[in-house]
Write a protein that binds this ligand. Sequence first.
Ligand SMILES: [Zn+2]
Length: 387
Amino acid sequence: MKEKGRFLKQYRGNECLNCRVPLDIIDRYCHNCGQINTTKKLSFKDFFDEFFASIFSYDSRLRHTMSTLLFNPGKISKDYIEGKRIKYANPFRFYLSVSIIFFIINGLFIDFERFSADIEDDVTKGKEAIEKAGINEIEKTIALDSIKEHINQQLDASEHLSPQGKKIINNQITKAKGTSWFDKEKTEEEVVYYKQTQIDTMGFIKKATSLWSMYTDHYEKTGQKSAYRALNELNHNKSPFNKYVYHRAIKTSNIDDTYGRELLEFIFNKLPFIIFFFLPFFALAIWFLYIRKSYNYMEHLVFTFHTQTMFFILIGIAILLDQIFASSTTLGVVLLIFLFYLYKAMRKFYNQGRVKTIVKFLLVNVLFFILAVAGSVITITGSIFIF
Ligand SMILES: [Zn+2]
């Protein structure tokens, strides 16, 4: 920093005005308490200059962090661990700032309508496929009938089979028909309605599943949205558990309409927290991968946070670009860039050869995939119950 204003040598004293520790003329700050070594009177101009200088220095640190992170994979983590810290932003705070910006961009530009339209299309396709399968089942049934007739004719013509033998073959054919898709559907449709006294004697799982099918059926038949009224109609207790199950049943019955989209939005909005809790586990996994390195857990965590920050920055840029150019290809390109970046960062930070790094890079991706799947399953099941 340039020496001007109250930093000038001529204003330096021989003791700190704050803590009275003796100071030398070369001391710009007190080595004990950190106050500026100056005897100059307060002035409006000095105050203003320093105020803007501090903003600018924060800004330059941010720019330095950003450019190093973007264009020099792994360097920032390595510098940070080797103690060159003052020129970079704190990795955890930087991660939080970037993720907040990322989720604002996400919230503004990600098109949940389009997502839900895609999901609806998939559902329609699925239904069509099922219908097609259903028709096939009918065809099969018809085919089975004609086979049966054919066999019967053959059997009648044959003198070698006893009536009992014919009966067994007939039963086999009927059984084969019984397993057809349509027959199964029909038997599953029937819902048993229990009284509250009967429910009270059930075990928890039996109770929950019976209530579930009863309430789903009741909701589908009556469309009753009030759990209170529905429980009245069914003569059930208005207990918190019964109400909870009824509300869940309504939500799940409406899954075709808005539930899917709302759930997706709900999960998406919780993503920063989910990822935040997920990263320590990921750092743990990397720690095991590089167990022979002298890095401690915290140092692996710094690397993990820097890498995740980079991921958010890249995805954020991709979302913006896709929005500007109304395309959807940038995301894929950006994912490839990130993979390359991750490899480079691992190579720089852990300082191992190409082959070793490639093997570990692949392992990291497998681990990440497993953790992501586990995380998604936990998140989705959790979300369904609390949403
Ligand atoms: Zn002092």
